[in-house]
Design a protein around this ligand. Sequence first.
Ligand code: SAM
Length: 281
Amino acid sequence: MNLESLPPVREIAERHGLLARKSLGQHFLFDLNVTRKIARLAGPLDGQRVMEVGPGPGGLTRALLEEGAHVIAVETDARFLPVLEELAEAAPGRLEIVQADALTVDARTLALDAIVSNLPYNVGTPLLVDWLTAEPPPARALTLMFQKEVAQRIVAPPSTKKADGKDYGRLAVLAAARARAQIVMQVPARAFVPPPKVDSAVVRLDMLPEGERFMDVKALETVTRAAFAQRRKTIRNGLSSAGDAAALLEAAGIDPAARPETVPPEGFMALARAWRAANPA
Ligand code: SAM
């Protein structure tokens, strides 16, 4: 059996009696038109080492293999191992299956080119933060499906609040400091089995090269955590928990009366540098 002659993903899943488990954030993509589009948006993948978190019944995995990728699939739910083994046989030597919780996997050890995943909702954001902050980055590009609201928070420009359906905050600042992020595809809830309550979107994050990406992630996290803890107050108010707010803001050239959500990523990077100058590592 090769990839082209495999039966539809839904049929394989049904044959193995695989029903979605809510506790593991399981919503499956059985439509190869959708998964192939995601794989192409992540590409070119021919000959690339790609990690996929949560392959489940393997719809996206199959599309990644069709694009010529070498896939390392990390799945926590052992029920999917037999289906994934079938897929591995259809693409000899190109699918490694790892049964593990992705939060415990150090992606930097896998010599990856890309990470492509339809992430489980409950661990999507922590995984993204891990990958964005790791140095060196675990892959050149991350192409990831999130709930639409989370996707919008990742790419949100300054001065956007929940009311706009966007939400500029710590995640957007971190993403902008380390990568170029854009929403590349919207996926309606009805594309999944079972359909989740909300729509989804695919975000592609291309890591910035060394020299362009902001390196002192710890300082950046310190100032953004402090500033955004008190969104409705001025940035000076929030920052006071991280040090001498007035001095930090002056060094960074930021108006102390500004609200944190109006300060662009470059402003937070300047603040992080000022914080580090006052708090040498
Ligand atoms: N990729 C498949 C698809 O698109 O049809 C399944 C996506 S489903 C939203 C999320 C998958 O992640 C499930 O298969 C679930 O078992 C798996 N998963 C949940 N938590 C995980 C974790 N911590 N580590 C690895 N896989 C996890």
